[in-house]
Write a protein that binds this ligand. Structure first.
Ligand code: HAM
Length: 401
């Protein structure tokens, strides 16, 4: 992490908190590690995450634990464990923190990364899908990480998907010779991954493959049309992409991803979708859910560097060693009055202190020595203050100019 990175992260979290908070999403937290079983079942045994990318270890009692690779499974576990179905639905939650995947590190892909994750549980209303997507677009824009391309699709129900997967397997088998070895090896386990392949032959084959979107049941198609209609009404541009594959098994119906036009291979800023079967699968009542996660590091990579914001309104300079105590008290007083105040804490000369005041962006400097003087850093005039109360007043006058 570089100096300034944490400030940029915090700014992004504040934007997320603002956008999500206005839509009624409550902050929530889950542990950094959980039973391995939760992720194996929730994320899906055949996914890359579960097969290759989890940091799994045994504790002293011989239990298998895993550093969380994503948030959704754990939030659903909490929903069941804390009986959140008794609360008014939907239950809207968001969380942020570190996540872990054992992937080959490269630009925009880390083994420890940070997600902001938002979930709406307990309703399959299409306005939730649309609201979540609009909020993610909003956060991307306000973070300066746009423009981003929104790809969206629908996976229908597990039953539709199972039938479709058989059809797809049949089709892929007919073209087996043109497929990459990896896709061929996983053909029975996860033929959908063919859509995700970089391999040219595979890409040619899948371009002509039957599409799940054309096989949706009428109620799933209607749900998808309703989501798209709301996105249109909100003025959000999207591309329906029937080849959109997400690397997690719990999705049903809506899936989506935002890609930055500014990033290279790891272009996904965030993505998510609906998972109407997950809570039941984890032992709860049948409960629909929808959500997304954004990658904080990728958002910051895509965001243009904002100009360094000033860190202080006021600088308190110490003119003589004897004035250190008064300067300290005045600094506390200015901070108490709500002003961002820094004081001299490195023994600089007066010239050095004024330079430092400029560096931190202070518009007023209070010089504490035998007396107190307030200097306007823009206009340059310097006025005696008499006492601390008057100094605070003069500082306000300078800041209001
Ligand atoms: P995901 O697409 O696996 O979805 O991850 C979401 C975002 O996290 C990605 O778009 C990317 O920005 C970031 N990300 C993932 N892996 C890494 C990595 N190794 N390094 C840096 N950034 C990374 C999920 O995790 C789902 N739980 C989202 C969701 C919530 N679906 C429904 N609700």
């Amino acid at each position: 992490m570089q100096p300034g990175d944490a400030r940029r992260r915090l700014r992004l979290l504040r934007i997320a908190e603002d956008v999500l908070g206005r839509a009624g999403y409550e902050p929530f937290e889950t542990p950094v590690f959980e039973d391995t079983e939760l992720f194996a079942r929730g994320v899906g045994e055949s996914t890359d995450i579960v097969q290759k990318e989890m940091f799994t270890f045994e504790d002293k009692a011989g239990r298998s634990l895993t550093l969380r690779p994503e948030a959704t499974a754990a939030i659903c576990r909490s929903y069941v464990e804390h009986g959140m179905h008794k609360l008014p639905q939907p239950v809207k939650l968001w969380t942020a923190g570190p996540f872990f995947r054992h992937e080959a590190p490269q630009a925009g892909r880390f083994r420890q990364f940070t997600q902001v994750d938002a979930e709406a549980l307990g309703s399959d209303d299409p306005s939730l899908d649309a609201e979540l997507i609009v909020m993610l677009a909003d956060i991307i824009e306000r973070a300066g990480a746009g423009p981003a391309r929104l790809r969206i699709s629908s996976l229908g129900t597990p039953a539709t998907r199972a039938r479709y997967i058989e059809e797809l397997k049949g089709y892929l088998r007919e073209h087996e010779a043109d497929l990459s070895e990896e896709v061929r090896a996983r053909l029975d386990q996860n033929p959908l991954r063919a859509f995700d392949a970089d391999h040219e032959g595979t890409q040619r084959v899948v371009a002509e493959a039957p599409k799940l979107l054309d096989r949706l049941a009428p109620e799933d198609r209607e749900h998808f049309e309703a989501v798209l209609g709301l996105l249109e009404a909100a003025g959000l541009a999207y591309e329906v992409d029937p080849t959109l594959v997400r690397g997690i098994d719990y999705y049903t119906r809506t899936v989506f991803e935002f890609e930055s036009e500014r990033l290279g291979a790891q272009a996904a800023l965030g993505g998510g979708g609906r998972y109407d079967g997950l809570i039941e699968q984890l032992g709860g009542q049948p409960t629909p859910g929808v959500g997304w996660a954004l990658g904080v590091e990728r958002m910051l990579l895509a965001a243009e560097d904002e100009a360094e914001a000033p860190s202080a309104d006021v600088f308190v300079a110490v003119a003589t060693p004897d004035a250190a105590r008064d300067a300290f008290l005045l600094t506390e007083r200015l901070r108490g009055a709500g002003l961002r105040t820094e004081m001299e804490q490195a023994g600089r000369s007066m010239k050095g202190q004024l330079k430092q005041a400029n560096r931190v962006g202070a518009r007023a400097t209070v010089i504490v020595g035998d007396g107190i003087e307030v200097k306007d850093m823009d206009g340059g005039d310097q006025r005696p203050a008499g006492d601390a109360a008057r100094a605070v007043q003069l500082v306000y006058e300078v800041l209001e100019r």
